[in-house]
Design a protein around this ligand. Structure first.
Ligand code: SDX
Length: 371
């Protein structure tokens, strides 16, 4: 065994097949069940994309109507889940709240095992329906505001925004939110999805796998980056201070959140679509300053490190313009990625293969107790 045999971080290691999505760094593309994500973001609702990722095909009108009927009937935050959330201090990080809430839902499910794909689909669909209420309620309670019940007359995105802000914003905002949900939904064997697959591979339950995914996504090297991007923007303040901030950060060996990617080395295929949504939001809210800061920092990072933005870079400022608290950004990622995670959980459960890699030992040679 030599150092070159070891693939730290599993970088570049192909560990299994998946039919859920294809990330193609060579062509800078991302396919969800064969469809380019850019086409889906421009033409579909998040409901249609969720159905595609779970079932492998886009829904017919009748299938979509039934899917929406079930989802709209499951949106309300359960009294038991609300009671668990209310036990957690409002100073807790929302990712800890959402992780605990999913655990509570799982603990209350009498049939939590990964019994069949059908039962897993029902559990996945229920989490997909209830996560907006959890995310929205946690932001509102941090602001000292009351729970806003869901509305069955609204689509997924409109209802999510309604429960968060007690109003449905202009269509341009709803559309940008939908684009973000579609783009965040799935990305092959990223750290949180692979975590969920490892947990599933032991034949543990779907909720444990999702809770594991939430734990992995929280980290700033992964999903937590969208929150960290906004913290950086707040630190920088105005575009004229971006270069000095960046030079200081790089001099101190800091990672610049929202930039770089383990797989995409010539730019994240999703960024142009999310940046276009950010552009429309900046115009809608008359915030050219946000775009100026965004573009100044991106250019400076490109000139100094030739490292390009990932999806978290445009998503953070976009969620800020929509009115979400910065701490709510990664929970929004969870509300979307629950679809990808559960699609992979079902795929892994069907493969029935325990994930257990090897390690090379570099500790003390064998030795024995005295006497
Ligand atoms: C997501 O995998 C997925 O698909 C994830 C995701 C999804 O949809 O699930 O796309 C979502 O997690 C996007 C990534 C969000 N994270 C960030 O924005 C955090 C900042 N990014 C970096 O930490 C980094 O780019 C990673 C972790 C994302 C990727 O790192 P790699 O592939 O391990 O690359 P690396 O760290 O080995 O970097 C190579 C070089 C290093 O320089 P040297 O030490 O060799 O001199 O590039 C540098 C790094 O220091 N570098 C950065 C940098 N990213 C890479 N330097 C400063 N800032 C950065 N952001």
């Amino acid at each position: 065994m030599t150092d070159t045999d070891i693939k730290k971080g599993l970088a570049g290691v192909v560990v299994d097949y998946t039919a859920v999505s294809k990330v193609n760094p060579e062509t800078n593309s991302l396919l969800y069940r064969g469809y380019p994500v850019q086409e889906l973001a421009a033409n579909c609702s998040f409901e249609q994309v969720a159905y595609l990722l779970w079932y492998g095909e886009l829904p017919t009108d009748a299938e979509l109507a039934e899917f929406e009927r079930v989802e709209r009937g499951q949106r309300a935050l359960g009294d038991n889940v609300k009671a668990v959330i209310d036990l957690i201090p409002t100073t807790a990080h929302p990712m800890d709240v959402i992780r605990t809430a999913v655990s509570a839902i799982g603990a209350s499910d009498p049939d939590a095992d990964l019994a069949t794909v059908a039962s897993s689909l029902n559990k996945a669909a229920r989490l997909y329906a209830q996560l907006p209420a959890i995310v929205a309620y946690d932001q509102r309670r941090r602001r000292g505001e009351d729970l806003v019940p869901p509305r069955k007359d609204l689509g997924y995105s409109e209802n999510f925004l309604w429960m968060t802000f007690e109003e449905v914003p202009d269509q341009v905002v709803v559309d940008a939110f939908t684009v973000s949900m579609i783009l965040y939904a799935e990305h092959s064997f990223n750290a949180s999805t692979f975590t969920a697959r490892v947990i599933t591979s032991t034949l543990s339950d779907l909720y444990s796998a999702v809770v594991g995914g939430i734990g992995a996504l929280k980290g700033p090297l992964h999903g937590g980056a969208n929150e960290a991007v906004m913290h950086a923007f707040d630190e920088i303040g105005t575009a004229d201070r971006a270069e000095a901030w960046l030079d200081d950060a790089l001099a101190n060996k800091r990672k610049i959140m929202g930039f770089g990617h383990r797989v995409y080395k010539n730019g994240d295929s999703r960024v142009p679509t999310m940046k276009a949504a950010l552009d429309t939001l900046a115009e809608h809210y008359n915030r050219p300053d946000m775009l100026e800061l965004y573009e100044t920092l991106e250019q400076a990072m490109g000139s100094r490190k030739n490292i390009k933005p990932n999806l978290d870079y445009p998503s953070g400022p976009a969620y800020n313009l929509m009115g979400f608290d910065t701490l709510t950004f990664t929970p929004l990622f969870v509300a979307s990625r629950i679809v990808g995670w559960t699609a992979h959980i079902m795929e892994q459960a069907a493969s029935n293969a325990l994930i257990r890699p090897l390690s090379a030992y570099n500790g003390p040679d064998e030795r024995h107790l005295p006497g």
